[in-house]
Design a protein around this ligand. Structure first.
Ligand SMILES: [Zn+2]
Length: 69
């Protein structure tokens, strides 16, 4: 299993660095689950929270309309 991205870089997920949290969104802008991302339980919980907050601030879209009709 891949090492947790946030543990490896010794950072915490934050909406302020949404380039980092955006990596954990699927092409359809769904949050990638822990099994696929390799993020640890602690950071996955923080990540989910930060993604929701980033969406609230309109930094990230709720859904992607790319490739959809
Ligand atoms: Zn971690």
């Amino acid at each position: 299993m891949a090492k947790c991205f946030f543990c490896e870089h010794k950072i915490d997920p934050t909406y302020k660095e949404f380039e980092n949290i955006e990596k954990f969104l699927s092409p359809r802008k769904k949050i990638i689950n822990r099994e696929r991302s390799g993020v640890c339980a602690k950071h996955q919980r923080m990540l989910t929270h930060e993604i929701k907050y980033a969406r609230f601030l309109a930094l990230l879209p709720y859904v992607s309309y790319q490739g959809m009709k």
